[in-house]
Design a protein around this ligand. Structure first.
Ligand SMILES: Cc1cc2nc3c(=O)[nH]c(=O)nc-3n(C[C@H](O)[C@H](O)[C@H](O)COP(=O)(O)O)c2cc1C
Length: 320
């Protein structure tokens, strides 16, 4: 894998952790970084809430030094507000700002933000132009390949992004209507990459070397972004770097490895939120760690009742 430059930010490799609301908080980002991810993103943050400086937003923007370089992803539909939010982020010494142009969630779409913007190229252009002009750090965007299956809106957005000075574009190769499941459309992705002059990063369903190669062999695809395939499996980043550099196959993550990551995750989570909240936050994603265990349902039930770190350590003993 090669280094990747996003404007003046040089990444060690081109394998990136995807932003995931409610999941990629600071503790998880630290794990992904230690597993070899070259770049991590915050969960999407509302541009408006950044200007209001709400308590929740402050918590979403708490970043630890070992996460750097880091990108803060913002969403919104008002170019002026997005540009002002970008300035605030820039002043927080953040490396990159990313614009969300792909979220399919109703509560985001009904405000005109996220994937809703893909049907309004004029507004996309205005938002990107305003944000790029407002800051001196690289601005990137994350989009969907299309709104409906077999539709390609990405090619148009690639051109707009380039002309606005966006430094990198991630394309989730599923349509908005597919939400987060279904097969990514590689053909449409290749069409969107064809005339790209900025780095294009592929996203959607990447879980191993086979799914990574299917994107990386497409001309102008300069890197890959992994979402759910990395949760509890953070060595996938180093594994893929080794695969692309030396041809070594990825080893599938064992139960022991996943439990080591889970223990580390809980440690970081308690450090970040305190013991009680730190354990509650992990409940949302513990499934990713235990899904392949024979007694996953039982473990989950016990996990939901855990209130202290020593309860958790007893559970780990039970698992083994
Ligand atoms: C729970 C969840 C939350 C997500 N939140 C965001 C988000 O805040 N911003 C964003 O651009 N994409 C978000 N996504 C989409 C992911 O970044 C990614 O595009 C998607 O999961 C596909 O990649 P994967 O198949 O590797 O998981 C989210 C996905 C999931 C499953």
């Amino acid at each position: 894998m090669t280094k990747l430059n996003i404007g003046n930010v040089e990444l060690d490799n081109n394998i990136i952790l995807a932003p995931m609301a409610g999941i990629t908080d600071s503790p998880l980002r630290r794990l992904a970084k230690s597993g070899g991810a070259s770049l991590v993103y915050t969960e999407m943050v509302s541009a408006k809430s950044i200007l209001y400086n709400s308590k929740k937003t402050k918590s979403l923007l708490r970043i630890s030094n070992d996460e750097r370089p880091i990108s803060v992803q913002i969403f919104g539909s008002d170019a002026y507000i997005m540009a002002e939010a970008a300035k605030t982020i820039r002043d927080m010494d953040i490396d990159i700002i990313d614009i969300n142009l792909g979220c399919p969630a109703n509560k985001i779409v009904k405000t005109g933000a996220g994937s809703k913007l893909l049907s309004n190229e004029k507004l996309v252009s205005k938002i990107l132009e305003y944000v790029v002009k407002s800051v001196d750090i690289p601005v990137t965007a994350k989009i969907r390949i299309g709104i409906l299956p077999e539709e390609n809106v990405a090619s148009g957005i690639v051109k707009i992004a380039q002309s606005c000075g966006v430094k990198m574009l991630t394309i989730h190769a599923r349509s908005v209507s597919q939400r987060h499941s279904g097969i990514p459309n590689l053909k449409l992705f290749a069409d969107a990459c064809r005339d790209a002059k900025i780095p294009i990063i592929a996203n959607g369903g990447i879980i191993d070397e086979k799914t990574a190669i299917s994107f990386m062999r497409i001309p102008n695809c300069k890197g890959i972004m992994i979402g759910r395939g990395a949760i509890g499996n953070y060595s996938i980043f180093k594994g893929l770097v080794d695969f692309f550099n030396n041809g070594n196959k990825l080893s599938s993550s064992s139960k022991t490895e996943r439990m080591i990551w889970l223990k580390k995750h809980i440690g970081y989570s308690i450090e970040h939120y305190g013991e009680k909240k730190g354990l509650i936050v992990i409940r949302k994603i513990v499934n990713y760690y235990i899904r392949n265990l024979p007694n996953a349902a039982k473990i989950r039930e016990i996990f939901n009742k855990i209130g202290t770190l020593s309860d958790f350590n007893r559970l780990i003993k039970f698992i083994f």
